[in-house]
Design a protein around this ligand. Structure first.
Ligand code: GMT
Length: 373
C-alpha cells in the first residue's frame, strides 16, 4: 500500500532527527510520498528526491508575542498539509511537542488521520520528570493511534512514569549501512593528524550534562596507555567546562576537539574504541554507528545502551559513574589487539540485527495497521 506520510521531527543534528530523516528517505525509496513538516530542512535530507516534499514552518515574529508560538504554527501547518496533500498518516518523533501538535493539527483539519508517535528518550526520561509537562506528554500519547519506543528500556520507563495502560511497540533504531561500514583507508589517520601507533578513543555527542563527558575525560586521563588520543566530536553547552577540565588535567596535547560534524563515519573509522558514559540514553545511536564501522564501544548501563552493546561481546558495559571500570575496559581494548578484533567481528555481525530494511518494514506494517482500522 503506497502511503502519504507526514513526518514531524527535530531537523537539527541529533539521533532522533537522523533516524526520522533516514526513515523518511527509505520510505520514499519504497514509493511512499513523504512530507517533512519542520522548521528547517532536516540536515541529512541533502539530495532531491521526487517522493519527498519539505514544508517549512515559519513563525511570524509579531511584537505582541513575547514567545513566538512555534507549536501552534506547526499544528496549523500540519492541518494545511493534511488538507492540501490528503495525508494518510502522521509520524511524530517525540511526544512533546510533536505528538501534541499532530493531534491539534488533525483536529484543526477536521479529519481522523492516524498518528504514530515515536519516543526517543528525553521526552520521557527528562521532560517526564517535570510534573507540569506530564499532562501534555500523556495527552500526546493518548491521542496517538500507535506509540513506539526505540528500546525496551524506554518502553518500560514510559509505562512506569507516564501511564501503565499505554500500548507501546518497541522498534529499535537503524543506521544507513552504506555509510556506516568498515572503511579501509590507511591514509585517513594521517589526514586527521594521527599516526598508526596512536591509541585513539572517540566520543560523539551534543555535549550535554546527561552525556557525562567529565567521566570520559577522567577515565581517559587515568588510562595507562602510550600515545593516547581522545577525539571529542560535537558541540554543546558543556564545551567551556570540558575545555577547563582538559586544561586542569593537562591533557591539551592528547585531546582533539573535532567540532560538530554531520558525518562521523570517517572519524569513527580512524578510532580504536568508542566511549559513551551517559546517565540516561534511550538507545545510543552512535554506539550502533561505531559497531557497524567495526569499532568496539565502552558504554554505561544507562537505559537502552545494553540493548545495543552486550557486555563482553561487542564492547564493555560498565555501571553508571564507574570511572575505574571504564578506564580498565578502555585499556583492555586498546592494549589487546586480539580482543579488539574479536569485539569488532562480533560487532559487525550484531549490527546486522539492526538492518534498516527490517526496521523500515516494521514501521511500514505499523502505518498499514493504523491506516486500515
Ligand atoms: O542524545 C541526545 O541528547 C539527543 C536525542 C535526540 O533527540 O536525538 O537522542 C535521543 O534519541 C536518539 C535516537 O532515538 C537515541 O539514540 C538517544 O539515546 C536519545 N537520547 C537520550 O535518551 C539522552
Amino acid at each position: 500500500m503506497k502511503l502519504r506520510i507526514g513526518v514531524l521531527c527535530y531537523p537539527s543534528v541529533g539521533g532522533s532527527g537522523i533516524l526520522a530523516t533516514e526513515l523518511g528517505m527509505k520510505l520514499a525509496d519504497r514509493g511512499h510520498d513523504v512530507h517533512f513538516i519542520t522548521s528547517s530542512i532536516p540536515f541529512r535530507l541533502n539530495a532531491y528526491h521526487p517522493n519527498i516534499t519539505f514544508h517549512q514552518v515559519e513563525i511570524n515574529q509579531y511584537s505582541v508575542f513575547r514567545y513566538p508560538p512555534y507549536d501552534i504554527t506547526l499544528a496549523s501547518k500540519i492541518a494545511s498539509v493534511i488538507q492540501a496533500f490528503g495525508l494518510d498518516v502522521i509520524h511524530a518523533h517525540y511526544a512533546v511537542p510533536h505528538a501534541v501538535c499532530a493531534a491539534l493539527g488533525r483536529e484543526m483539519a477536521g479529519t481522523n488521520i492516524p498518528i504514530v508517535s515515536t519516543l526517543h528518550g528525553t521526552d520521557i526520561t527528562v521532560l517526564g520528570e517535570d510534573e507540569e509537562l506530564k499532562p501534555a506528554i500523556l495527552y500526546g500519547l493518548r491521542q496517538s493511534n500507535a506509540i513506539t519506543a526505540v528500546s525496551d528500556s524506554l518502553r518500560q520507563e514510559t509505562l512506569e512514569r507516564i501511564g501503565s495502560d499505554l500500548s507501546i511497540d518497541v522498534i529499535h533504531n537503524f543506521i544507513d549501512e552504506s555509510v556506516y561500514r568498515p572503511l579501509d583507508d590507511s591514509s585517513l589517520r594521517e589526514r586527521y593528524g594521527l599516526t598508526e601507533s596512536d591509541h585513539v578513543v572517540i566520543h560523539v555527542s551534543n555535549f550535554r550534562q546527561v552525556k557525562r563527558i567529565d567521566l570520559v575525560l577522567e577515565a581517559f586521563d587515568r588510562m595507562d596507555v602510550p600515545d593516547k588520543k581522545l577525539l571529542l566530536v560535537g558541540d554543546g553547552p558543556l564545551m567551556g567546562a570540558m575545555r577547563r577540565q582538559v586544561s586542569e588535567l593537562s591533557l591539551e596535547q592528547d585531546v582533539i576537539f573535532a567540532g560538530k560534524q554531520e558525518q562521523v563515519a570517517e572519524l569513527l573509522a580512524i578510532s580504536d574504541v568508542h566511549v559513551l558514559l551517559s546517565d540516561k540514553e534511550a538507545f545510543g545511536l552512535v554506539a550502533l554507528e561505531a559497531m557497524a564501522t567495526g569499532i568496539p564501544s565502552v558504554v554505561s548501563d544507562a537505559g537502552g545502551l545494553p540493548e545495543v552493546i552486550t557486555d563482553g561481546a561487542e564492547g564493555f558495559v560498565v555501571a553508571r559513574g564507574d570511572v575505574a571500570g571504564a578506564t580498565k575496559a578502555l585499556e583492555n581494548i586498546l592494549l589487546d589487539k586480539a580482543l579488539q578484533m574479536r569485539l569488532r567481528e562480533n560487532g559487525l555481525k550484531r549490527a546486522k540485527q539492526f538492518a534498516s530494511a527490517d526496521i523500515v518494514s516494521a514501521y511500514e506494517s505499523l502505518y498499514e495497521r493504523v491506516v486500515r482500522v
